[in-house]
Design a protein around this ligand. Sequence first.
Ligand code: NAD
Ligand code: GLY
Length: 376
Amino acid sequence: MSNRTLSPPQTDASKQVTINLGERSYDIWIAEYCDAHWGSLLTLPTGSAALIVTNEVVGPLYADQLGRQLSQIYPAVHTLFLPDGEEFKDWRTLELIYNTLLSHGCDRKTVLYALGGGVVGDMTGFAAATYMRGVRFVQVPTTLLAQVDSSVGGKTAINHPLGKNMIGSFHQPQLVVCDLSTLATLPLRELRSGLAEVLKYGPIASMEFMEWLEVSVEKVLAYDLVALSHCVRRSCEIKAWVVSQDEREGGVRAILNFGHTFGHAIEAGVGYGVWLHGEGIAAGMVMAAELSQRLGMVDDAFVDRLTRLIKRAGLPTKGPILDATDNAGRYLELMRVDKKSDAGEIRFVLIDGPGTAVLRTAPDKLVREVIDACCA
Ligand code: NAD
Ligand code: GLY
């Protein structure tokens, strides 16, 4: 299928990272596209129609602007506003996307545009993976979390009441466009949540990035564009490096789930949308680091250092109590449905010395001790 370039990139601020996956390779563009020329700066996939999938918060801010750009390229451009929130990342909301595609007679050459955070991105990606057995899609992430993580790498999913992201598929986008100017409207709590996914990249892959964050975290929280640009670019580079080695999480890609085994249990345990994804991951990273320390893989000083950084980011360092009578038991129950579990055995991403992560099991007794120590 052909692509059309309207004109070459015009901004020096633009940064490009490539995900190398053979014929599924694609670029991540990182820039401040606040001018009206958004679509003209990039090579967008051509097609018979475009469907912008957004939500009722992001849509009113950015959908018109994107729609105007896309109408220069596609014969028809439709827009769908989904309800906003993690609690709507489910079958019922997904069906709204299929309904819209079918009612407009959209064919296999339709291109979906996911305009929003990770919730919109994951659902649009899953709809693209499954509509007519697969159509193309472009990620236009508008949260820090989506720009540094969820829009990149092709994981798509919806939640099930019994487990987070349990129904989904791998489906790579054609392109990711991180428009840094959209972060200006992102609430601070959401920025902090995204920062949790940024913070994970240091302990698992790059101590140099962790050191940069130790110097720069306040600048990121102040929406400093230079700091945000570095954050997004470095995170995407690390994620691209991991995903290019292991697209379908047969091995090394699992390290990107540092903090997620505990974090997903928190999200499901308190009810989707009560704790933000990044908040669960933040407390989960402290628990995973603590477990690593108790297994003799890192020292106390490293756990303290990571905990301090998470605290400075304004993120929780303790998990919630999920069950007043057997809190650790409830966490264990929720963690057993984790996708990394193997024959009912929970596998954790643990820090094997600063800057290196591994996937391994741990005795329940030790995990219980960690949960008891890390929940309040
Ligand atoms: P989100 O999509 O719910 O967005 C957070 C909030 O910010 C929402 O209310 C949204 O409407 C609003 N918002 C988005 N952009 C905005 C903007 N520019 N200005 C103002 N408001 C804006 O949450 P998220 O943190 O972006 O994503 C979390 C989801 O991502 C979770 O479901 C998680 O499972 C998923 N995730 C997926 C992957 C992956 O690899 N696919 C990785 C990490 C997380
Ligand atoms: N967010 C984890 C992954 O993409 O693998």
